[in-house]
Design a protein around this ligand. Structure first.
Ligand code: SF4
Ligand code: SF4
Ligand code: SF4
Length: 194
């Protein structure tokens, strides 16, 4: 049995914490920014995004301020995760050649038979959206992109927004800076993470 084995309940709980952290990170960025009050920030609508790849290439930051977010509450914990594996993967293991993510930013770990957890290492994620497209094709759509406000410098004109072919970017209130998928948002409310 792998040493890092967690129960499904524990993984769901951690997912709730992750989403709560996302909000905390945003609040921190807001308070620790330029000192000026910002009323609106840029965010992308995950229901409009078509994973064109421009979130990885058009941001003024390198790597992009856009990262993949995982809504654990929506995830099927699939053994064959189409957001994790190349479509023609020879084996369902963690060898780099079988993984869809170009930077190795998705960590796969066994939970309990037949479930596996997928966690994003944001420091490695470049926001390319390949995993998001893979998950949306055959999975539950639990992987999606978001502008992370602990990185975004809130440009007057967002360079990605100008190039986004899906018009997925808009200004959102700075105190509600994330557009989470509905099930994820519901599960991230206090006391509802499990
Ligand atoms: S530029 Fe728009 S469509 Fe392309 S990945 Fe970003 S949000 Fe999605
Ligand atoms: S496939 Fe792209 S968007 Fe998904 S985790 Fe890897 S770098 Fe991030
Ligand atoms: S506002 Fe600027 S830093 Fe933020 S996502 Fe857009 S281009 Fe990147």
């Amino acid at each position: 049995m792998p040493e890092n084995k967690k129960t499904r309940r524990e993984v769901l709980r951690d997912g709730g914490r992750l989403l709560a952290l996302a909000g905390a990170g945003a609040a921190l960025g807001y308070a620790a920014g330029s000192g000026k009050k910002r009323e609106y920030v840029w965010q992308l609508d995950p229901y409009k995004c078509i994973q064109c790849g421009k979130c990885a290439t058009e941001c003024v930051l390198e790597p992009s301020a856009v990262k993949c977010v995982h809504a654990f509450a929506m995830c099927g914990y699939c053994e064959l995760c189409t957001g994790y594996f190349e479509p023609d993967a020879e084996k369902l293991d963690t060898a780099a050649e079988n993984a869809l993510c170009p930077t190795g930013a998705i960590k796969r770990s066994f939970v309990e038979d037949p479930y596996y957890a997928y966690v994003i290492d944001e420091a490695l994620c470049v926001g390319c959206g390949k995993c998001v497209a893979g998950c949306a094709k055959f999975g539950n759509g639990s992987l999606f992109l978001q502008v992370r406000h602990d990185r975004c410098v809130n440009c007057n004109e967002c360079a990605i927004a100008k190039k986004c072919p899906a018009q997925a970017f808009s200004r959102v209130p700075a105190d509600q800076p994330y557009l989470l998928k509905q099930a994820a948002a519901k599960k991230s409310e206090p006391g509802k993470a499990e």
